[in-house]
Ligand binder design. Sequence first.
Ligand code: F6R
Length: 611
Amino acid sequence: MCGIIGYIGKKEIVPLLLTGLKRMEYRGYDSAGLSILDSSSELKSIKKKGRVNDLELASMDLNVKGIIGIAHTRWATHGYPNDINAHPHFDTKMNISLVHNGIIENYSIIKQKLIQEGYSFRSDTDTEVLAVLIERFYDKVKDLEYAVRLALNEVNGTFGIALISKYEPNKIIAARRGSPLILGIGDNEYLVASDASAIIEHTKNVIYLNDDEMAILSPDGFITKTIANKKVKSEIHQLEFDLEQIEKGGFEHFMLKEIFEQTQTIRDAMRGRLLVDEGNVKLGGLRSVRDRIRNARRIIITACGTSYNSALVGEYLIEQLAHIPVEVEYASEFRYRSPILFEDDFVIFISQSGETADTYAAIQEAKQRGATCLGIVNVVGSSIARATDAGIYIHAGPEIGVASTKAFTSQLTVLSLLALYLGRMRNLSTIDGIKIAKELEALPDKVQMILNGASEIERIANEYYQSRNFLYLGRGYNFPIALEGALKLKEISYIHAEGYPAAEMKHGPIALIDKNMPVVVVAPKDEIYEKVVSNIEEVKAREGRVIAITNYGNTDLEKLVDHCIYIPDTLPLLTPILTVIPLQLLAYYTARLLGRDIDKPRNLAKSVTVE
Ligand code: F6R
């Protein structure tokens, strides 16, 4: 949450910072701001409620030339989104400018102390407290870096910060604890950002700062060290994506582009891993834990939001193919309930961004209790990817739309590979392995067939987009898909939607059903299909309107329901990878008809780096 960028170099700085913010706008978009040190080392700043475009308009008159600047796009935690609470924040003398991602948890105690000492505040934010605390220490030690280190020692919580000051106008100081920060090492230019997407245009050489590390960037180079002032040896990594991957490429929205990319991203998740002839899977990232995982007593999968829904499918997959007991838990619950873990437990952390604060904190919890931690992550080099003992990247490429789509199907693909891998290490036969591997290999073309029918789904959306509520039902492997369909609809269209196991409907939600209630039923032809049909009958008996997702050729259902959306046949355990795609499209077209801001839905942000 929140995007930070800082730049030192020769390029024109205001447009550069604005472009960087636009690329990270999915991290937060309720206000934005920037500060530049101009040629006479004066601080020039501008902050605006609203989108980066509003900041851009407001900065038209900011005719500053400078080589050093920082900027921020905000997702409010403390303080209403307005011009004053927007970042950067300043010390009382307006000589230090600070941008921050995270939460200073003890800000109110520090603020009280500072007020008693005579310092005053302009905003309601926790960040301003840190800026003033740095000022307080600077007044004493007259050394900016030292003052920053002293101030950071006093704060609890999480931060990724970048600051500049007229006191020492030739540097940016950056530091992190629990919020991502990446350094970009260019040709006589240096950047710091919370996201590689803001850096890629300038350089592919990056350093991922670790927790409790800081960096000091100057026109001549950079140094990294710990906040406790110990040397660190930072490794330079290469970014693995290109600029065009973070552009819309002719699509109206990133979300639509990402839905249509799934044919390719599912293929990418399997590339080099699927051994069809052997009915097996190669997972290089698990090599170091291979023998131990074969004997895992239990697997716990923890994640948030859409990644949690994929974890639920993972539970069904691993238990069916590998017969290892699996538990799934929200990371936000796992981390605070003192979970009982054993040394032969494996805990899997699923995260698209690799930065979700609750998931990241759950890793520390699991590690303390001696469990082995595995990551299933999209963003290479992200905090979760680096904090886990081993893992599998999903290789979905940058996902910009706030509503996760392609990352979800890639997570499902990787979980299917993992289940097959574990199954084959235990009791799953070669014949069964080959059957599953062949079906996995065929999935991308089947996804394409569903995408080819997108206009039919748009037509259905046209009929229902004014509904106030939706119910999503599914059973077995497709119960989590009902949850995911409902989540997609509510987050981008703001229509209330609930997902339920279809048979649970009669224990409560059935009371909601009348002729105004669209009910989306995920009903592929599997062993519980007949049971799902009975649930559909129950809805129809109460005049509910049913949109069913079922297999091509299953025309029987047409007589019972109002609309059928068809998917190609596959193994029941792989159906979630197909059934979710019509639900993503239904949510997308519904939100578009309602004129919603699809890629940046209200109140949300892509990377949830606060608790
Ligand atoms: C929903 C969505 C969120 C994320 C959740 C976890 O479309 O995107 O629910 O799935 O915030 O994020 P990651 O996977 O980055 O840990």
